[in-house]
Design a protein around this ligand. Structure first.
Ligand code: ZN
Ligand code: ZN
Length: 242
């Protein structure tokens, strides 16, 4: 049991560290080689981490697609260090994750994207103690209880718009229903505690109640923002997940 926990912790940490350093996901073979495990053991470990929402595997289950706040593929956001320039870059999974990359790396970043409503290029500078200065809105496409039903789709649609009007324009044009429009600065505020410890050597996943508290503290309250009760936690606390 102890060996298992150690393996999962090591795999997760190497995945996150590779994303942080190089902006890409490590392959299964690379993880096996670096950790002295066989490929099957790494795959099993990744599947467990996928089930625990620590990583997101691709459709075939044999490659890392996301490890929040990082993405292995473009999803509408490019994140780079703010001045002074260096040659690192990361794909941001969504508006929230893009701010989360700055939080996790404790780095001032430039988040570049495009408003889906008007096509205009949008650039936001933000850091751990510096909110983005723009009054743009982020579109959260579905309620919190459904975020992980299809997390790639959730993040892929959590885009930044120039204004609520441009979000409405996009919705009318595409026929897509809208979730909630929130100020980008409020999502930045949420991203700091949510992702700030993600690269810490002694990182421990948060309980659902702690995550709910972070949402509340950032001003996200009401039914739309209520997280689903985790099944393992529910058993431990005697709550029925429904
Ligand atoms: Zn726009
Ligand atoms: Zn996301």
């Amino acid at each position: 049991m102890e060996v298992r926990a150690m393996k999962h912790r090591d795999i997760r940490r190497l995945v996150l560290d590779t994303f942080a350093r190089e902006g890409r996901a490590p392959s299964v073979a690379e993880l096996a080689d670096r950790l002295g495990l066989d490929g099957k053991a790494v795959l099993n470990g990744l599947e467990d981490l996928h089930d625990a929402h620590a990583v997101v595997l691709g459709d075939y289950g044999d490659a890392i697609r996301m490890a929040h706040p990082f993405s292995a593929a473009p999803m509408g956001f490019v994140v780079t260090p703010a001045a002074p320039y260096d040659d690192r870059m990361w794909w941001g999974g969504c508006t929230w994750d893009s701010f989360g990359i700055g939080a996790a790396l404790k780095l001032e970043v430039v988040v570049a994207t495009r408003c889906p409503g008007c096509g205009r290029e949008l650039r936001m500078e933000a850091g751990p103690s510096r909110p983005p200065g723009q009054d743009w809105v982020a579109h959260v496409p579905r309620p919190a209880r459904e975020w992980w039903h299809d997390v790639i789709d959730t993040c892929g649609n959590l885009r930044t718009f120039c204004s609520a009007e441009h979000l409405a324009r996009w919705s009318a044009r595409t026929g897509r229903a809208t979730g909630e429009a929130v100020p980008v600065a409020r999502l930045w505020r949420l991203a700091q505690p949510w992702y700030g410890d993600r690269l810490d050597p002694d990182y421990r996943p948060r309980r659902t109640a702690a995550s709910q508290r972070l949402l509340t503290e950032a001003g996200f309250t009401g039914d739309f923002w209520r997280l689903p009760v985790d099944r393992v936690e529910a058993v431990m606390t005697g709550e029925d997940p429904g």
